[in-house]
Each structure stands twice: as C-alpha cells, then as structure tokens.
Ligand binder design. Structure first.
Ligand SMILES: [Zn+2]
Ligand SMILES: [Zn+2]
Length: 351
C-alpha cells in the first residue's frame, strides 16, 4: 500500500510499504480520511519527538471502514465505519484508576509509536481493541467529518475540566479548529454570550458562522473593553485559551471574573515560560486548569455530537488532498487561513 512515512525532521515521504494484515485480536481498517493537526506538524518539524521513531506512519485523527477482522475479535464486523481514539490507556496505572486515563503512565499511541492513519490501510492493534479505543459510527458519514471526533473529544474533555454553565459569558481566545469547537460546545452547554478573540479576519468570520456572538480582533487593543461591556465590567465566567503563547496567559486571567474558570487548553511553545500575575489567581479566586488529550468517555460523547450533527463538522474541513500529496497537505495545515486539512486516499479518483 501507499503511505506517508515520516523519515526524519522535515521529511515526509509518500512511498510503498507492506500492507498490514489483521492478525489474531486485530482489525484492519481501510482509511477513509485522516485529518491533520498541530501535533503532526510539530512531529514533522522535529519539535515533538517523544514516542516517534522514524520511519513512522503518523496521523492520529482517522476514520475508515473495517475490511478484515482477526481471529478472536468480537463486536466488530467488516464493513463497519469506525474511528479510533489514538491514546491507548493501560487501565491499571495510578492515573487510569483515577479517571485520568488521558495521562496514563503507560500510554501507547496510534500515529506515534503505532503506525497511524496516513496510509491506505491501518491496522488496529489488539491492545487498542481490548482497551475499547475503536468506535463504530452508528450512521454513515463522510470519513473526514468522522476523523474530527478526535480533536473534538479533547475539547469535550476541556469543558469537563472547565465546565460552561447555562447563562455564562465565555471567552475563546483563538478561533482555529479547537477554538471553533469550544465555541460550539459552549453554546450547547447554554452559554449566553460567546466572545471570540482572533486576529485573522477569515477566522473571525467563521467564528460568527459557528455562533459566536461577539468577535474581536485583539491587535486593536479593544478586547478588555469589549469583555467589560458584555459583563458589566466583571469579566467573563470562563475563558479557553486556544493559542499556545505563554504571554497570553495573563490576558486570559485578567479578562475572567472573580471565581471564574480559566482553561489553558493549547500546549505552549518551547518551555512555556511566561511571567504570571499570580495575584490575579489569588485575589480573584480563579480556577485555572490545563488539559491534555481525552478519555474514552469524552471520545464517545464527541462521536455522538458529530454523528447527531449537534456539532457542525462539515465547514471545519477547508482542504482535501489525496494521500500522494500528504506533504502538500502538511504545508496547507501549517497555514493560518484554513481550518482543518484532510488527507483522503484516492481523493482524485473519487471526485
Ligand atoms: Zn490531533
Ligand atoms: Zn494507565
């Protein structure tokens, strides 16, 4: 089969590799689509190295159809449309036993140490099936939409960590794919006003289309005023920081009301160092949390939201590339204008 193989920093090569087969306990999936995310870009740039040993087939936001079911696998049939939560928890460690499987001490991940979705086929290992990481979509939908369950699941979990309550005013800083999911989830949770801070005009427009009530370009310096205006000067109830710039942490803290919630959702570049105005947390009694990945229950919730259409995914996909053009797809994904880029094996033949 063809696959996009990460060969080392800056090198993604599309070439022939052996087609995997489903051994005992395993399932073979014909990949329908793999959407790209910032983590893939960071792997390609050499910024993320943990668990990655080139040559490696990366890609962890993936959906497709089962074509082969190995001996002993129960509950899955050929033809079913599936998606996978890439982080395989061990189920036994300190964190797994405390409902924090997303930070499992023995995690193994599809698209990192286990070959991922940037190939024509992907083998789902027995450990992933046993752990309950493979999910069947009850309704057929486009694979690129189904692949978005993964990033959405992280946002679902983010809002478990920092709940949005009915009537809240919510600030989302950054309207990339993650920010746009947070906008939609906040609205579903009953937020009364969602304010989005975003420099790119195109993304501000998208945020409005996805239901944000107020969109602001922060470069003009009016964001604090706008927040004050909509909150009687108090600050928002909850803030989601979806841009990994440490200097924005203070802004997130400052714009949140006393007793409010601040979620540092995006991972920060480099060491993530920044000077924090600690008294904002102290005197304003802020509940600050971070977040990484998602648990299987969040993935199940996200799947339900996508299949039911309560979370809109169609307009999130702004570019599609065949597998042969995976390197070009990566380039497109690093641009600021689009939202989600999908790699679709056989895309040209389908259109
Ligand atoms: Zn991702
Ligand atoms: Zn564990």
């Amino acid at each position: 089969m063809k696959a996009a193989v990460f060969e080392g920093v800056g090198r993604l090569e599309v070439r022939e590799v052996g087609t995997p087969e489903a051994g005992p306990g395993e399932v073979l999936v014909k990949v329908g689509a793999n959407t790209l995310c910032g983590t893939d870009l960071r792997i390609l740039r050499g910024e993320k190295t943990a668990g990655i040993k080139p040559p490696a087939i990366i890609g962890h936001e993936v959906a497709g159809h089962i074509v082969e079911v190995g001996d002993g696998v129960r509950g899955f049939e050929a033809g079913a449309q599936v998606t996978i939560t890439p982080m395989i928890p061990c189920g036994r460690c300190f964190y797994c036993r405390r409902d924090m499987e997303n930070v499992c001490e023995n995690v193994r991940a599809v698209g990192y140490e286990i070959p991922g979705g940037l190939g024509e086929y992907m083998k789902v290992p027995a450990e992933a099936i046993e752990a309950g990481c493979l999910f069947v979509a009850e309704e057929e939908l486009s694979p690129e939409r189904l692949a978005l369950v993964e990033p959405l699941s992280c946002c679902v979990y983010g809002q478990v960590r920092s709940p949005v309550e009915a009537g809240d005013t919510v600030l989302v800083i950054g309207a990339g794919p993650i920010g746009l999911f947070h906008v939609q989830l906040a609205l579903l949770a009953g937020a009364e006003t969602v304010i989005v801070s975003q420099r790119s005009e195109h993304r501000r427009r998208l945020a409005s289309q996805f239901g944000a009530h107020v969109v602001v370009d922060p470069s003009g310096g009016e964001l604090p005023e706008v927040v004050a205006e909509h909150t009687q000067g108090r600050g928002v109830d909850a803030t989601f920081l979806c841009i990994g710039v440490p200097q924005l942490v203070n802004e997130a803290l400052r714009l949140t009301r006393k007793g409010g919630r601040v979620n540092l959702f995006a991972g920060f570049a480099g060491a993530g160092l920044s000077e924090i105005e600690a008294n904002l947390i102290h005197y304003n009694e802020l509940r600050v949390t971070g977040q990484t990945g998602a648990r299987r229950e969040d993935f199940a919730a996200a799947l339900d939201l996508v299949v039911s259409g309560r979370i809109e995914t169609e307009r999130m996909i702004t570019a599609r590339f065949p597998l042969e053009e995976a390197p070009k797809a990566m380039e497109a994904a690093s641009g600021r204008e689009g939202i989600k880029v999908a790699v679709i094996p056989g895309y040209r033949d389908k259109t």
